[in-house]
Write a protein that binds this ligand. Sequence first.
Ligand SMILES: Nc1ncnc2c1ncn2[C@@H]1O[C@H](COP(=O)(O)OP(=O)(O)OP(=O)(O)O)[C@@H](O)[C@H]1O
Length: 884
Amino acid sequence: MAGTSGTKTRSSAPKKAPAAGRSRGASTRPPAGRSSRGATAAKPGPRKKQPPLAGVARAVSQVWHGLGMAAGTLARAVGRNAASARELDPAHRRDGAGLAVFALALISGVALWFHAAGALGDAITGLFRLIIGNAAMVLPPLLLAWSIHLLRQRPQPERRGRLLVGCGAILLTLTGMLHLWAGSPQREAGWAHAGGVIGLLAGELERVLPASLVLLVLFLLGAFGTLVVTATPLNQLPEIVRGLFVHSAGKGEDAPHQSVAERLHLKRHPAQDQDEQPGDDAADSEIDPFLADPFPAAGRPATKRRAAKAAQQEQDPAEFDAATEILPDPATAEVDAEAARKPRRPRVVKAPVEEDLPPISRPTQLELNGGAGMYTLPSADILGAGSQHLEHTRANDEVIAALSQVFDEFNVDCAVTGFSRGPTVTRYEVELGPGVKVERITQLTRNIAYAVKSPDVRIISPIPGKSAVGVEIPNTDPEIVMLGDVLRSNVALRDHHPMLAALGKDVEGGFVVANLAKMPHLLVAGATGAGKSSCINSLILSVLTRATPDQVRMVLIDPKRVEFAAYQGIPHLVTPVITNPKKAADALAWVVREMDMRYEDMEASAVRHIDDFNRKVLNGELTAPPGSERVYTPYPYLLVIIDELADLMMVAPRDVEDAVVRITQLARAAGIHLVIATQRPSVDVVTGLIKANVPSRLGFKTSSVTDSRVILDQPGAEKLLGKGDGLFLPMGASKPARIQGAYVTDAEINAIVAHCREQLQPTYREDVTAPVAASKEIDSDIGDDLDVFLQAVELVVSTQFGSTSMLQRKLRVGFAKAGRLMDLMESRSIVGPSEGSKARDVLVKPDELAGLMYTLRNGGTADDLVDDEGDDPDEDGSSEPAPF
Ligand SMILES: Nc1ncnc2c1ncn2[C@@H]1O[C@H](COP(=O)(O)OP(=O)(O)OP(=O)(O)O)[C@@H](O)[C@H]1O
């Protein structure tokens, strides 16, 4: 037993030992060589008789092993340092690559052409020949050209793909031709002297096509490769050939020396090319400060050819343009011919010149209706002139230089081709090279801001009507735009409409005016100090200098109390300037009544617009309905200006919103126009309903992008500069135009107001600010339920479904309350009587809802709504319009 157990013990010991050995070996496995040696040592075979040179061979083998290990160690060391090698400056890496390619060109040249490059040269030659056959003979000069390119030029990753495809196609053609030329060798030895392995592809093609067609395919492939390498689209080829022909006839002396890439560059980088003109700044700047070269040298050597070209352009731009036009120009593949003929310096972009047209004068004396005599309009000459507009200053040159430098530094292929200097900002036009994304410029906004030392850089892409990106940069030397200049401009003088308002100047220096009657309502918003009040003053003064009180009457609402104080007592006012927010709400209600009355007159006279009504009245074509004692007189435009909507919305939000919405929805045809200003363009002030009905917007600087979105439905106003710098989005426009608002001084306001006051005393209407609640009282049966009742009415009329259970569900009210609301609606002729379980008939149409809500809020019924529309206005004394 003991012996058995002893045997077991012994037998188990050797089993464990290898296991332990394996586990150790797993972590520190010896090299294969060594383990095999070990194996040989452990199991020595029968000893062979060694030859006499065996010792030498063993020594050589050991030396070889030693060398191998040393090489391995070296490789590992290099591997470990590879990370730091990768951190090498890209320029050095590129130099290294260029020199390596140069060495390859040299060795392969000596090997291929002179067979004198030793074993390494022969190995390289053999490899090249195996792959591309005899085509290897042209490889050394190509490698040489590549190495020079690597050493001299900046990396151009955008060209890599094109060159790869083009060169690949040419290589396929060349090797294929060589293969066919050599008689399509079948054996490996013949390939090296034909088209190599790549040339075999042509051989494969020959199996399925006749040789002539294979040749044709190869020819087309080669042509394609050449076109791709030279970036020449096929459709441009005739033009280029024509150009070459003209040049060879002697018209372009030096064109043949100019590479295609160089010509492309000339066309596409006008700004950069002029860096390379010889230093003639001083002479230039004497002629025109703009000609002073604003671009610092970009580091490329100036070529004689470019210098000559530049000189030619300066002497005779027209001739220069003609000469450049006939150059063979592959650039026209991407830029049209018109763009290619652009002058090479950024040019001043001018606004359309309205001054060329003859001004039309209007009489300053207009007769007042009702025999009130003549009314003399204040002359615009009372208003002072602003500073003279400069189209170009030294500051522009500095900015152009800074922009060009940024584009250069970030390697963005684009150029500043023009600029237009506005009063406060200049818009620089940047044209992109082919394949350059617009985002490359927008991404640079902060770098541009840094370079031009201004945080308020705005990028417009594209400039409407142009294939160019606009970069708007504030002028370091801004100009003030005075109202007088805008009113005296031809664009203002040519339009005699009494509601034409001067807004300011655009970024091209052109005067901007807008017809308030066409807007037809305007929302002006911006942070405090942004220039709203100046703008509103300009609007009012524009009207005062152009319109008699018979033509335009105004309701001025100024909860801030001080803004419109100067206008107190002008004859254009319907009521004294309103400063009490509660009274302002009543005045807006009066405007709605006035609007309704105008509509009634227009309806009775079958005209669609107040202008037609006035024209017919003046022509004597309209008379009041028979039995009426009224005498029709023309209705003046009614301009309602609210200086701070937020103050009104705080006092009577629902009434103000209702009235504003109703006026803005309908008042256009009635000649009633609203201008609403606010410094708090938040959604609780400028509600969705108000916004939807005020189509024209004028945004001054806002404190946040959210505010900008509320006013303009897009960002941008937060980047404005304040002090009258604004974005004007007229009705129907999708992109706002940047303007500098017209400025008017207090002295000018006082002078115009004094002139108007001297002419005529105001005739105020008493009922404008009469409280609405006093005229009609909310019925007692509605009691405290007015809000929920109005909600129920809105629901029933908009869905056209008179169901009590729907009211229960949607308004979350009980059966009894929903039934009562339905009864209230029946009593006000909104729904018909109950028909058991069926839904009631809805008697008011959805498009009458706005009017109905207004009427209900003022204690009326749907009958009032219908009756008002059908009644003779003279029946009810309140509908008799009092004379203005
Ligand atoms: N068009 C303009 N041109 C030059 N400066 C202007 C212009 N508009 C306004 N400013 C300057 O900005 C200041 C503030 O302008 P304004 O009173 O019109 O701003 P606001 O937006 O009405 O501010 P608030 O809401 O506080 O009344 C003016 O005193 C004036 O110096």
